[in-house]
Design a protein around this ligand. Sequence first.
Ligand code: FAD
Length: 645
Amino acid sequence: MILMKTVIIGGVAGGATTAARLRRRDDSAEIIIMEKGAYISYANCGLPYYIGDTIPERESLLLQTPEAMKSKFNIEVRIHNEVVEILPNDKKVRVWNHQTDEKYEESYDNLVIATGSSPLKPPIPGIDADNIFQLWTIPDTDAIKNYIQTHHPKKAAVIGGGFIGLEMAENLHAAGLSVSLIEMQNQVMAPLDLEMANLIHENLIMNQVELILEDGVKEFHQQENKTQIELNSGKIIEADMIILSIGIRPNSQLAKDAQLLLNKRGGIVVNEYLETSQPDIYAVGDVIEVKNLIHQEPTMIPLAGPANKQARILADNLVGDHKIYKGSLGTAVAKVFDLTAASVGLNEKQCQATGQKRGQDYETIIINQKSHAGYYPGATPLTLKMIFTREGKILGGQIVGVDGADKRIDTLASTIRLGGSIYDLAELELAYAPPYSSAKDPVNMLGFVAENVIRHMVSFLYPSDIDEIMEDIDRQKEIIVLDVTEDVERMVFAIPGSEHIPLGQLRDRMQELDKNKWIIPYCAVGVRSYNAARMLSANGFERVSVLAGGTAFYKSMHYKDRNNTAMVQQENQMNSEDTACAEDISKEIRLIDCCGLQCPGPIMRVNKEMTDLKEKEMIRVKATDMGFAADIDAWCRRTGNTLVA
Ligand code: FAD
C-alpha cells in the first residue's frame, strides 16, 4: 500500500480542517501542517470579542494545539515553520524554522495551500507607530489587549468600516474607550447598499461612535502617547490608540513565485476540484478565487464558512472522491452594537456596476417586519431588502435588525442555493410560534411583496427618489407625498411638503387628491401605505407608488439631517437642567413597557398615558424599536413635555 504524504501550508481554518477531515478519511496518510505562527486552529472570528471581554478567557480562542493534533489525529504540526518556497517540479517545499533559524526541504505527494490573507498596511506616513494596531492573529490580539491594560487609552480610532472594523469599534467601546470610526467610502459595511448601511450609521451614532465617512487618512502625527490623525479633508482626529482595518490581500506570493495561475487580485485560480494550475497542488480558503454563485463570475470571498467547506471537499478529493466546490454566495452576518447586519448574494451596487438598471433588469423591495409576533414580548423591527429579477430569480438580500436577521438571511441563502425563486419564498413553510416568528415569516413577506411587484400590484419609491423629486420644483408639482398615518404620528414626524389623510379617512376624502398627480402614500413601516395605494389604484388613480420602508426607513436615510450630535448635546443639557426636577419627582415614576411595539406604537402608548398623567409625574418607557429614541425627542418638543433622559 502506498502511503500518501500531504503537506498543508497554514494551520487555521482551511488548513486545520483539511488535515482533520483527511485523517478521518485516511488513517494511514502522512499529514504535516506547516504554520509560520505560534498558533493553529484558533478562533480568529472571536478575536474582537476577547478584546471587549465578551469572551473572557483567552484559552477559549485556542481550539486546538499541536500536541492535541498529534495525539488525537496523528497529524504533525510544525508551528513557527514558514514555507518560503514551493518547488513544484521536485514536489518539495522549502521551509524556514523560525525558532532554530534552520532552512530545510520537505517533500510531498499532495500540497495544500491554505495561507489565508493578510490585512493591508498602506504606506501612510506615521503608520508604524507603537499605538497603531491591526487585528488578525492571536499575537495581534494580545498586543491590543495588553496596550489597553497597560496604557489605559481613553480614545480609539478605527480606520475602516468593514465588519472587523465595526466589531472592533463595538468592542473597544465595550472596553470603555470612546471611539471614532473613519471610513473612506460613503458607507460602512460594503456588502450592504447605502440605505441599509444608513441603519448601521444611525445606530453607531446612537452609541456615541464618532462616525466619519468619505474621508481617508493622510498622515499619522505622533505626540507623546497621542496620535493626531490628519484626514484628507484636513480634519484632525486625536486618538490614544488606532486600529487599522482597511482591507485584506490574499497570501499568494508563494504561489506566484511557483508560477501558479493567479487572478488580478492575487487570488489563486483553482478549478471546481480545488486544484491549482500545477499538478498535486491544491488551495482553499481566503487565498483562492471562487465562483460567485449568482452570476457565476470569479470573485474573492474571504470568509470562514467557505474556507471550511472547501477544506472538507478537498480532503475528500485527496482520498479519491471527485467532489465539486460549486462556489459561494458570500453569506455573511455581523453584530454591530444593537444591530445585526446580514447579507447574501449580490447587492444593488454590484448590479448597477455591471450596467443593470432597477425597474429594467432587476427589482428591489425594502420591507419592515417584526422579529416575531408583535403581541409576544420582545419583538423588534427587521428591515429586509431583496433584489430579484422580473422572472422571480433572487439575486441577493440584506437584513438589518436587532434580532432574527441571522435566521432570515440563512433561509434566504438556502433558498437561493437550492435554486428557489421569490415564489418559493412565499410558499416556504417555516416554523412558527409567537416567541419565534409570525405566521407569515418576514421571509414569506419578501416573497409576497416581490410577487406583488412583479404583478404590478404595487410599485415602490425610495427615500432618495423622493428627495430627488422634491429638489426639482417642476417635478414637485406633479406629485403628492401622502401621509396616511394618524395625527399623533404626524406630530412626531412628517416628510417635508407632504399632505395628510389618515388611512381611515382616505376612502371618504380621496376626492381631495388630484387624480392627474403621482401619489406617493407613506406610513410608519409600509403596511398602511400599501393598503392606501391599493385603495387609490382601485379608484382610478393611475400613478401610485409606496414609499419603501415607511418613515422608519426614511428617517434612517436622513439621520444626518436630524443632527444627532446636536440632539445628544441637547439631551445632555436637558439632563443636567432637569436633574433637580428628576430627583424631585423620581418617586412618582410610571413605567410603560412598549417592548415589541413597532414605531409609532410606543409613541401612541406614551401619548395615551400622558392624557392622565398628573403634574410633575414622570413616565419611564421601555421600548425595543430603535426609532423610538429619536421619535420621543421630537414628540416631547412638539407637545411641550420634557425628555428627562
Ligand atoms: P487563515 O485562517 O487566516 O489561516 C491561514 C494561516 O496560514 C495563518 O495562520 C498564517 O499564519 C498561515 N500562513 C500563511 N503563510 C504561511 C506560510 N508561508 N507558511 C506557513 N504558514 C503560513 N469570517 C467569517 O466568516 N465570519 C466572521 O465572523 C469572521 N470574523 C473574523 C474576525 C477576524 C478578526 C478575522 C481576522 C477574520 C474573520 N473572519 C470571519 C475571516 C475568517 O477568519 C477567514 O476567512 C478564515 O480564517 C480563512 O481561512 P484560511 O484557512 O484561508 O486562512
